[in-house]
Write a protein that binds this ligand. Sequence first.
Ligand code: ZN
Length: 128
Amino acid sequence: MQSIAEQFPRRAFVTNGHEDWRTVVEGRVLATTPKFGGRVKVKRWTEDEGRWIPASTLRVVAEDERVLDCDGSCGGTGVFRGGGMILNGKHVGGTSGPCYRCSGNGKQTPKDRGRNRYYDNHVRRFAV
Ligand SMILES: [Zn+2]
């Protein structure tokens, strides 16, 4: 059986798989300990300090598994469309520019998602 340190190499990206931003844990492995049944110190995007998480709730995410299609209005094109309409397959009117949710890549990295999660739950709430 692999030790906790072998299962969770330093700097590996781990997640607990939660979708809810309040309970999700995603971040880099800072340290591990075999104490308490195995714990992993995870550095989350939103926190300066790492926190100890039970290893049994975490899994390592492969680098390429972490890149997802953009969930924003660009539909994977990387181009943000505000207002206007689609006419004969072309976007007319309104504004367009690099999609803020994916930084114009059409794909979202964990950093993008962390930023979007913050935006969705902190910034937008106050704008309504
Ligand atoms: Zn996008």
